[in-house]
Design a protein around this ligand. Sequence first.
Ligand code: GLP
Length: 271
Amino acid sequence: MEVVICPDAGGVGEVSAATIAQIVTRVGPQVVIGAATGSSPLATYSELADRVRAGTLDLSQASVFALDEYVGLPVGHPESYHDCIRRTVTEPLGLDPARVHVPDGNPDGLDTAGQRYEDAIRAAGGVDVQIVGIGVNGHIGFNEPTSSLSSRTRVKTLTEQTRRDNARFFDSLDEVPRHCITQGLGTVMDARHVLLVATGEHKADAVAAVVEGPVTAMRPGSVLQMHPHVTVVVDEAAASRLTMADYFRAAYDNRPDWQRNPAAPPSLLTV
Ligand code: GLP
């Protein structure tokens, strides 16, 4: 696991976007990107959009698979993840909407929605780089504590903590759905590289638990310790409870040239 500690949220966006651009360079234009919603990756998307506008990054043939979606929000609801991904990812990054996929939260097709999503990811050749944020309870996607560490895309019930955390995007807590459909932890673990972004002091406990704590379904993101290629990009506040922070800083600051090379294989990119 490579942990990069940046001075602030802007730095997190820059390093994350550079990591993704590096993977796009290596994989080629038909790269498959897993996208997270939430506030954490917004700076990353905005940095990527700058590169697309400047003509240094072409994502027009890229495919995107979102992590999750609420169940039951009407099509076009501004807080549906379909709409969030359109606003923050598809349009600014110049993606082909036909290649952008979000789990189907329509209650009518829920029994098959998970398998359909898994099939679509497999048909695209799997995810090259999966971006994830982290909930204060350690969830990734909407895999709440006690999620199976090998789970696949499926319907989940949101915890009250997550509903309260996400209520800021809705007019009231009552409007926050109780159910969601999310890529499973096993689905995320199938991605060839996982990029976790987190900012702010309120994420410090979750980051420390996921990076340095035991692997446990009570902190679902901790399953990433079992993944061979994970980059965790955090600001100083989110890193503030990491006991290995000095080691992570030294490892990143002293990367040799062969590790910085954009064409370097993943085995050379992580500490
Ligand atoms: C939400 C989303 C996650 C997101 C996380 C953190 O509930 N389902 O994909 O990563 O919580 O959100 P934020 O980045 O806004 O703190």
